[in-house]
Design a protein around this ligand. Structure first.
Ligand code: AMP
Length: 114
């Protein structure tokens, strides 16, 4: 399996604007932002889609959400609000097949999302 674009970012083969990194995760600014704050939180373990998650990944998924919370605070979004999005497969709009959580904030979002 060839490396995902996000693994290339993790391995510093392509540049990105990294805002957070630890042993398990990396977070960087989305190259095509859909809101004033648009950050992707990505596990270093390359998992193609949410469908591929197993019990083994429970802790990892928890870390992604807690890290999103931490980054939202850094960007002063905690009180205003923010949206977390995980797209799974084509109809949901997934384009990069290495799971990631979008953290979006800095503007009003609507529901249903459309
Ligand atoms: P998704 O559509 O949920 O798979 O989201 C993939 C996201 O990755 C999109 O919002 C893209 O703009 C973003 N993206 C793709 N390539 C890069 C890159 N090299 N650096 C930062 N973000 C990227």
């Amino acid at each position: 399996m060839s490396k995902s674009i996000f693994s290339k970012i993790i391995d510093r083969e392509i540049p990105s604007d990294i805002v957070y990194e630890d042993e398990q995760l990396i977070a960087f600014k989305d190259i095509n932002p859909q809101a004033p704050v648009h950050i992707l939180i990505v596990p270093k373990k390359e998992i193609p889609t949410i469908n591929d998650l197993t019990e083994e990944d429970v802790n990892l998924i928890g870390r992604i959400i807690l890290t999103a919370k931490k980054i939202a605070k850094q960007f002063n979004l905690s009180e205003r609000g923010y949206r977390l999005v995980l797209n799974c497969n084509e109809e949901a709009g997934q384009t990069v097949f290495h799971i990631h959580c979008h953290l979006l904030g800095g503007r009003t979002f609507h529901w249903p999302p459309g």
